[in-house]
Design a protein around this ligand. Structure first.
Ligand code: ATP
Ligand code: MG
Length: 438
């Protein structure tokens, strides 16, 4: 992409109402624009990152055996009356009437819709287990939308739903999702801590939240009591194997990490000195048995020929919240530092003197080579001061910066900067391209 033709409305300063660094940087980098309280338009750079996170989540769901569907944003109130949640859900639910005076709502979650789909088709234990997920916009009329997309009213969520014949099978499905979540966060460059959670209004008896530790987090994490000692697993999980054993194996790995030492120190403190940490909730998983399948009569015939309500769990990831959470976890004074896995562009080419024949030619060569290598480069071909180009590239956090100017070219070299470390190398263009494309 040539920056002269792109739409990346960066700002020198963040609007004064942006209180946390991720909100400030998302506005300054031109990633989002607020349209109403808690409702955002995603501008090109923000949309690219959102789509990359969505794709990582999708790949890990598929790998764990879940199957993608797409449910509507608008749902019938009657389904929620069946489950008994229509009146309970309260003011967070956006209620709508259509022209026939039928009650609709903008889905805050989709247990009812997915249970309705399931019961229409699946009647026998022989068709189980099943796990259906979608990545869809949700609406919750939050009392205090704030911190940008961190707590929006409209937000993108991945929600998966498991269906099993009995409790033992349902717990296996739960463990699969637990491990798949650790894979998702590891690929996004995040250290997410699974914390035992109160299942709350969704109900049920087993639940974990996944927390990124950050000073700006809204949730309190009681590290010494609630931390479950499980580390991020690699991609080599045997999804049909004994996941309990897998979980235990990861437990010992995690115990060797810094976090656990911190927790040990925390535990050694006198009780009245213990400080809780703050965390950003980036995922939440539940096992709730027959809470929806019971009242909605989603029954399956078991091996004994008897009909019983199917056992369910639900599994949410805050996809749009993750954009902000990654920035909270990875930035410096200059701006965002994207992990390679979700960076909006793989590399930037900075032309320090647009109009200089040698500079233009070298930049075009570099740009074409990076496009061909699949690096999706951003070429800063604007007629701007070098300082403005450096600042913009740092701000938007592109992992590699290839700086091409007339002085260097006269000596046969360019400069290559790694955003994450700030490390700079001066080297011939060919060698720089090799370093980026690997
Ligand atoms: P919270 O306690 O932050 O309100 P929740 O427990 O209500 O979250 P869930 O219903 O479990 O959230 O939704 C699954 C995930 O969706 C959450 O873990 C979070 O990452 C994300 N999420 C929930 N509410 C919002 C919101 N208002 N804006 C952005 N993401 C959200
Ligand atoms: Mg909530």
């Amino acid at each position: 992409m040539r920056l002269s033709r792109y739409f990346m409305p960066t700002l020198r300063e963040a609007p004064s109402d942006a209180q946390i660094v991720s909100h400030q940087l998302m506005l300054r980098a031109g990633m989002i624009r607020q349209e109403a309280a808690g409702i955002y338009a995603w501008l090109p750079l923000g949309l690219k990152v959102l789509k990359k996170i969505e794709q990582v989540v999708r790949e890990e769901m598929n790998r764990a055996g879940a199957v993608e569907i797409l449910m509507p944003t608008l749902q019938l109130a009657d389904l929620w009356r069946e489950s008994g949640r229509y009146d309970d859900y309260g003011e967070e639910m956006l209620r709508i009437k259509d022209r026939h005076d039928r009650d609709l709502l903008y889905g805050p979650t989709a247990e009812e819709v997915v249970t309705d789909i399931f019961r229409s088709y699946i009647k026998s234990y022989k068709d189980l287990p099943k796990n259906l997920y979608n990545i869809q916009w949700k609406f919750r009329d939050e009392r205090r939308p704030r911190f940008g997309v961190m707590r929006g009213r409209e937000f993108l969520m991945k929600d998966a739903y498991s269906f099993d014949v009995d409790e033992a099978a349902a717990r296996r499905s739960y463990n699969r999702m637990f491990l798949a979540y650790l894979n998702v966060y590891a690929r996004l460059g995040l250290k997410a801590i699974p914390v035992k959670a109160d299942p709350g209004p969704i109900g049920g008896d087993l639940s974990h939240e996944f927390m990124i530790l950050a000073d700006t987090g809204e949730s309190q994490v009681f590290a010494h009591r609630d931390l479950v000692e499980m580390g991020a697993p690699g991609p080599d999980i045997d999804w049909d194997g004994d996941l309990e054993a897998e979980v235990t194996r990861r437990t010992s790995l995690y115990a060797a990490s810094d976090e656990m030492h911190d927790v040990a120190r925390f535990d050694a403190m006198p009780a009245d000195k213990q400080m809780t940490a703050r965390g950003i909730e980036v995922g939440h998983i539940f096992y709730f048995g027959t809470k929806y399948s019971g009242p909605m009569k989603a029954n399956v015939t078991g091996p004994d020929g008897k009909d019983t309500p199917v056992q369910m769990g639900s599994y949410g990831v805050g996809v749009s919240r993750l954009v902000a959470a990654i920035i909270e976890a990875s930035h410096d004074a200059g701006g965002i530092i994207w992990p390679d896995s979700v960076a909006p562009f793989g590399a930037a080419v900075l032309n320090l003197r647009v109009g200089d024949a040698a500079c233009d030619a070298a930049c075009e060569t570099a740009y074409a080579a990076l496009v061909a290598a699949g690096k999706d480069p951003l070429y800063d071909d604007r007629d701007e001061r070098p300082g403005a180009k450096f600042a913009a590239t740092d701000l938007v956090g592109i992992p590699w910066q290839l700086v091409i100017g007339p002085k260097g070219l006269a000596d046969g070299v360019v400069e290559l900067k790694r955003r994450a470390t700030g490390e700079r190398q001066t080297l011939p263009l060919e060698a720089a391209l090799k370093a980026i494309t690997g």
